[in-house]
Design a protein around this ligand. Structure first.
Ligand SMILES: Cc1cc2nc3c(=O)[nH]c(=O)nc-3n(C[C@H](O)[C@H](O)[C@H](O)COP(=O)(O)OP(=O)(O)OC[C@H]3O[C@@H](n4cnc5c(N)ncnc54)[C@H](O)[C@@H]3O)c2cc1C
Length: 462
């Protein structure tokens, strides 16, 4: 059976790895990966310049996502994984022009200066708010406001959404973007009750299995000495027996009988099964000649555009101690920056000795920011520097700048996303032999992509 994977980002590469394991254990399959770029990684790119290492996409994956570490352990790459520093759980939020420590839990939320007194009292009412019984899709913002109050929704939840989706909490669907939170209310009646309920359930499971109680360490990030891209490249190299075709975009996809025909500049390729691991924007073009409804469904998915600006300074030029993960900027600040990572404080080797690297994530799908992506690199870089200048007490211009712009960076699971996903899945099933991987249907994080690939591999061969 010929299997074609389109796209060699983390989704395509992890899928190739899982399928290759089945091949090695006796499944009669040939696996070919088609990738438009000349390397694996997709939106994961780690670039070195002047001794700095800057990420164009994710800076790491949380250690709590065990299937990600298990994947690398299974590939014999466990030793490559590097944990971020203990400072990871120390995060700041910029509000009213200054940085305040973000509350690390519900108790800390009651003492944070990020919430006015009345908003703190409102948070305490959460356990007494009735669960929503309406069936209409609810936005993340409306959910947060309904359960926790406006102060929490504006100052904390909307800020966090900028850090995760580079998006707008008022547009994102709770059910699609944060299904676990939606389920907490559905299953337990609320967030506080849900957390207690989940703790009790875990305790009961532990007692049943006789497992001793473990002290839960705060989650950290994982990357490697060569950054996130080093991990994806190493995983691709472990897929011995898989054919990776780089610089080989699939320009058109057709079906002839039970087989798919992939058109590339190197000729036609026939496959029994095809898995698309490219983003929704590219999938819309890929499927245009195959299925109009499928193509249109992908085209409905909106993206947050992102401009990344990695700025390297002499440590003496940075007044802030950079003693944490970084900071997120509250929407009320009306900034072009959504957040800034203290990259050199997170991992070793991100900046030369005596230097500091901060990486600003700018533009996004927030307010009128989306329009800023039309500006040139120099203008956006200046904006990133000016936005960081007073909060980080910068005394000099950066000595190195590395920038990346991505128009279709992070898919936004807007209200109604569930219907788009249903159409995509129904069309793929109707066509037969077609599977959808990647970050369009079931989560945008690297760990979500890996989980999706694992499930697709299972569905394909079992
Ligand atoms: C700036 C940024 C920051 C992020 N931060 C985090 C984070 O901190 N933590 C986290 O967990 N996640 C983060 N994410 C999200 C996460 O990185 C992505 O969801 C994930 O990497 C997507 O991987 P993918 O393989 O599905 O898609 P992609 O990485 O987009 O890869 C798709 C691949 O398909 C190829 N392709 C497209 N069309 C074709 C074609 N026709 N033929 C052949 N090849 C094609 C592309 O060239 C590309 O290589 C971030 C994303 C961005 C952009």
């Amino acid at each position: 059976m010929n299997i074609a994977i389109i796209g060699a980002g983390i989704s395509g590469v992890s899928l190739a790895f899982y399928l290759n394991e089945y091949r090695k254990s006796g499944k009669d399959i040939n696996i070919t990966v088609f990738e438009a770029a000349d390397v694996a990684g997709g939106c994961i790119r780690s670039v070195s310049q002047d001794g700095y290492l800057v990420e164009s996409g994710p800076n790491g994956v949380l250690t709590s996502k065990s299937h990600f570490t298990e994947l690398f352990a299974a590939a014999g790459l466990g030793d490559m994984l590097e944990r971020s520093s203990e400072l990871t759980h120390r995060r700041y939020i910029q509000l009213h022009g200054k940085l305040n420590l973000a509350p690390a839990g519900p108790i800390a939320a009651l003492t944070t200066p990020l919430l006015p007194f009345g908003s703190k009292l409102r948070v305490l009412k959460e356990p007494f708010i009735h669960a929503n019984t309406a069936t209409a899709d609810e936005s993340v913002y409306d959910f947060a406001k309904r359960r926790l109050g406006k102060g929490m929704a504006d100052n904390l939840i909307s800020t966090l959404i900028g850090g995760i989706y580079a998006g707008d909490a008022k547009k994102l669907s709770l059910k699609s973007a944060f299904p676990w939170m939606y389920k907490l209310e559905k299953d337990y009646g609320g967030l506080f009750k849900g957390m207690i309920g989940r703790m009790k359930a875990l305790k009961a499971e532990r007692e049943k299995s006789g497992e001793p109680r473990k002290r839960r360490e705060p989650s950290r990030l994982i990357s490697s000495a060569t950054g996130m891209q080093g991990l994806v490249s190493a995983l691709a190299e472990k897929c011995d027996g898989v054919s990776f075709r780089y610089n080989c975009p699939v320009s058109k996809l057709e079906k002839s009988g039970e087989q798919y025909i992939l058109h590339t500049k190197d000729g036609e390729f026939h496959a029994d099964k095809v898995i698309s691991c490219c983003n929704a924007h590219d999938s819309a073009s890929l499927f245009a000649s195959l299925d109009d409804e499928l193509s249109k469904a992908f085209a409905q998915v909106q993206f947050a555009p992102i401009f990344i600006c990695g700025m390297g300074f002499d440590k003496s030029a940075v007044g802030h101690p950079l003693d944490g993960f970084g900071y997120l900027v509250a929407p009320a600040e009306n900034s072009s920056t959504l957040g800034t990572l203290f990259s050199s404080a997170l991992y070793h080797g991100r900046a030369p000795e005596g230097k500091a690297l901060v990486t600003s994530i700018t533009v996004g799908d927030r307010g009128t920011n989306r329009e800023l992506i039309k500006e040139d690199d120099a203008t956006l870089t200046r904006r990133a520097y000016e936005a960081a200048k007073s909060v980080l007490q910068l005394k000099a211009e950066p000595e190195t700048c590395l920038t990346f712009r991505t128009e279709h960076a992070i898919p936004q699971y807007y209200l109604g996303h569930e219907a788009i996903v249903s159409t995509i899945e129904a069309r793929a099933t109707a066509l037969g032999g077609l599977y959808i991987g990647g970050n369009t249907t079931s989560g945008i994080s690297v760990a979500d992509c890996v989980l999706r690939s694992k499930a697709v591999a299972e569905a394909l061969v079992l």
